[in-house]
Design a protein around this ligand. Structure first.
Ligand SMILES: Cc1cc2nc3c(=O)[nH]c(=O)nc-3n(C[C@H](O)[C@H](O)[C@H](O)COP(=O)(O)O)c2cc1C
Length: 202
């Protein structure tokens, strides 16, 4: 099922194609494709090239590990994410390597790496769903995440599944149109809240 972004201005096809499904096919993701995803993340930009991203991963091939990582997701997300063949949690290193000072862009840079990963995934026919709904403290405890590192987001991915595998309420959300705020609402110039003339309707 395609849910192409209905853009006002042209953007790259890969960006149009990305969306966050909840119905995943019962099909494993090839090991070499997973490597391409992390390779894409690896080549992301980051503050002072600190590369503060880390990923904890589990795949369906190892059911025990899959169940362990699944247990870190909030129950509402577990409901649909359990079918996804690949589960991950992104983790940020919060300090600079050289001096241990706080890196206030660590989360930003982990997000950039995940954005790269998602674009690569889209190119490979995969779909990704990120989640704030997970238990960071449980991740920390179960996987021994050290101090100075922070679990950022849950990430599940796989091939698209049939929406009818979902419960009724989620099925409706799966097929609902994608909506966005207009560009005018978030590009300012001169003073906060004033839409830039660059994007104001002509
Ligand atoms: C950091 C982050 C956290 C999210 N958390 C959840 C979540 O816990 N559960 C969920 O179902 N979707 C979650 N989403 C998915 C968003 O709801 C989704 O990206 C948004 O509605 C836009 O839809 P689209 O990705 O299909 O364009 C999250 C997305 C991001 C980027």
């Amino acid at each position: 099922m395609e849910k192409l972004a209905e853009t006002t201005y042209p953007i790259e096809e890969l960006l149009r194609r990305r969306w966050s499904p909840r119905a995943f096919a019962d099909r494993p993701v090839e090991a070499e494709k997973l490597l391409s995803l992390w390779e894409a993340a690896r080549w992301s930009a980051s503050t002072a090239n600190q590369q503060p991203w880390y990923f904890i991963v589990a795949t369906k091939e190892n059911e025990v590990e899959h169940a362990r990582l699944l247990s870190c997701l909030r129950e509402n997300n577990q409901q649909w994410a359990s079918r996804a063949p690949v589960l991950m949690v992104s983790v940020a290193k919060l300090t600079f390597d050289a001096n241990g000072q706080p890196n206030r862009h660590a989360f930003h840079d982990v997000g950039l790496a995940v954005a790269n990963l998602i674009t690569q995934a889209t190119a490979l026919g995969l779909y990704v769903h990120q989640m704030a709904g997970f238990y960071p403290d449980r991740v920390r405890e179960l996987y021994g995440v050290p101090d100075g590192f922070e679990p950022v987001a849950g990430i599940v991915l796989g091939y698209l599944g049939d929406p009818t595998i979902l419960p009724e309420d989620l099925q409706q959300r799966e097929v609902a149109p994608r909506v966005r705020r207009p560009i005018e609402s978030f590009v300012f110039q001169g003073v906060w809240g004033e839409t830039s003339p660059l994007v104001a309707p002509h």
